[in-house]
Design a protein. Structure first.
Length: 457
């Protein structure tokens, strides 16, 4: 299979799906017939290997899958999604007259876990308030350029997301790398989506629909979860995703049919690094980066510890100086400390200890409910071309719209040893006493493999 590239024709920029394929193969035919003179032919596999190499070396490029972004876009009747924003959660149309803008907000999901389950009534109240606030922002915001104002006032897109997903799993006693976590991602995002879309219909009833509502997928009775079938049809298959739901969407469909929508787009999951720190929950949909680490910013250095792990260790009378030393020694990785029971080691597995396929599976379940996208970091220890190829193919076949950084774990950590044999100085489970001083944490520097770094947020 070969790929032909041309800088002579620009219509491919505005095409997607079958239309893109037809135009592209037509250009290939023109090249073969000598009708195109300015082009370069390379094997598609070579291009894919080059992309994976760049991902391995730099964590880039952040991949935006053009077909699902456009085929599933509620606004595909008035424009094209050419790219995402920096953090890959915003997928809105852009053109010579409009600069895409999205007003972001995030729900603290942990605050809505009550008695071991998601409190839907409380969630509805929070989302209703949040959607009203975000819609108000469109009107009272300052716009530096007219194109941004035009886009916002015509389509009124907002992006409500979530944070504290990992905290919810800790509170519920669910490991990130488990079918139960994938199911919770599905059901929780369905609830957020249902109430966000419902709130937009209420605003439409009160304030009117957005200017370009007519002809949108909303207007045609097609909700985000329905668009998975549109994507499957456009691809000729190659979309494998659980289509189950837990809520009755019929009343919402009837409301949309009657009142319309106030906002062209309602959902987008942003990284939330800074606001999550302020609130004290895990960022966005991220797994725990480390259970113990030193955070540095302009205010100084701070030791950050996973309080959920500390509380569980205290319940089993395991939180002592020895445990602190072991956590420091292993950079917060509980899985390497055999004093910790197996169920807790699984529950508190850190980002690089979780198979990245679980992150994709959970994200895919969320994506079917979301009308925009999600900022999805992928973590991979021992990255290889084969693993990366399988991971990104899985993201594609699950219908994801975007992926963010590939955070690969390099073999750069110095061995911590106090014995001549080179054996790591972890404290075995049967040892009751501990002697010697713990290795001090190494200074942290700004790097792309540190999701807690605030330098680029």
């Amino acid at each position: 299979m070969d790929a032909v590239f041309t800088i002579r024709h620009t219509d491919l920029h505005d095409k997607f799906g079958k239309a893109f394929e037809e135009a592209y193969t037509a250009y290939e035919d023109q090249a073969a017939q000598g009708k195109l003179t300015l082009y370069k032919r390379i094997p598609a596999r070579q291009l894919w290997r080059k992309a994976l190499t760049m991902l391995f070396e730099t964590g880039h490029p952040w991949i935006t899958f053009k077909d699902p972004c456009n085929i599933r876009s509620p606004q595909n009747h008035v424009g094209v999604v050419h790219s995402s924003n920096l953090c890959t959660e915003i997928t809105l149309n852009t053109n010579e007259k409009e600069i895409a803008v999205c007003n972001l907000g995030s729900v603290n999901l942990l605050a809505h876990i009550v008695d071991g389950q998601l409190d839907l009534a409380k969630l509805k109240q929070t989302i209703s308030t949040a959607m009203r606030m975000l819609d108000n922002v469109i009107d009272i915001n300052f716009y530096a350029v007219a194109k941004a104002r035009n886009a916002n006032f015509r389509h009124r897109p907002v992006g409500l997301g979530i944070m504290g997903f990992q905290d919810c799993l800790h509170k519920l006693g669910i490991s990130y790398a488990s079918p139960e976590a994938v199911e919770f991602a599905d059901r929780s995002m369905e609830a957020v989506a249902y109430h966000a879309y419902w709130a937009s219909t209420e605003l439409a009833e009160e304030r009117g629909t957005y200017a370009t509502y007519r002809g949108s997928l909303w207007d045609r009775g097609i909700l985000p979860q329905d668009t998975m079938e549109l994507l499957r049809d456009e691809r000729g298959g190659f979309v494998e995703i659980d289509a189950s739901s837990a809520l009755d969407w019929t009343p919402l469909r009837e409301r949309i049919k009657h009142y319309g929508m106030r906002n062209s787009n309602c959902l987008a999951i942003a990284p939330t690094a800074t606001i999550s720190n302020i609130i004290g929950v895990s960022a966005s949909i991220e797994p725990t980066y480390q259970n113990l680490y030193v955070k540095s910013n302009l205010s100084g250095e701070f030791t950050v510890v996973n309080q959920w792990l500390v509380n569980d260790l205290k319940k089993q009378d395991l939180w002592d100086e020895v445990m602190i030393a072991d956590l420091k020694h292993y950079d917060g990785a509980a899985s390497k400390i055999d004093r910790i029971p197996a169920n807790l080691r699984s529950l508190y597995a850190t980002a690089f200890e979780v198979d990245p396929q679980w992150l994709v599976e959970a994200a895919a379940r969320r994506q079917k409910w979301i009308d925009q996208a999600q900022s999805l970091n992928l973590y991979m220890a021992g990255a290889s071309g084969k693993k990366m190829d399988e991971l990104y193919r899985l993201a594609w076949i699950r219908g994801l719209k975007t992926t963010y950084y590939l955070r690969a774990l390099g073999a750069t950590t110095a061995e911590k040893s106090t014995v001549h044999t080179g054996t790591l100085n972890a404290v075995p489970a049967q040892q009751e006493a501990w002697s010697g001083s713990a290795a001090q944490p190494e200074p942290k520097q700004c790097a792309i493999d540190d999701p807690e770094c605030e330098a680029c947020q």
